[in-house]
Design a binder for this molecule. Structure first.
Ligand SMILES: [Zn+2]
Length: 75
């Protein structure tokens, strides 16, 4: 596997941010992350959680996304 979980999750916020604007562009710009999310159950779970949190963040005032990802770093 080309990238570690830590390497994937450290860039997950940027990936999701781009994906929400243009999913195709995100997959092209971060193919390693896209692929890792297919293969890694742990990172896929984090990815889904971040998506849910971003939806909540748009409605309210949750803490910054980077803090959330750092908190779940060693799952
Ligand atoms: Zn992973």
């Amino acid at each position: 596997m080309a990238h570690s979980c830590a390497g994937t999750q450290s860039r997950l916020a940027a990936y999701i941010d781009l994906e929400r604007q243009d999913a195709h562009a995100a997959a092209e710009q971060y193919p390693d992350i896209w692929w890792h999310l297919w293969l890694c159950e742990s990172c896929a779970a984090t990815y889904e959680a971040v998506h849910a949190l971003l939806d909540a963040q748009r409605r309210g005032d949750l803490k910054p996304l980077d803090d959330i990802i750092r908190d779940s770093d060693d799952g």
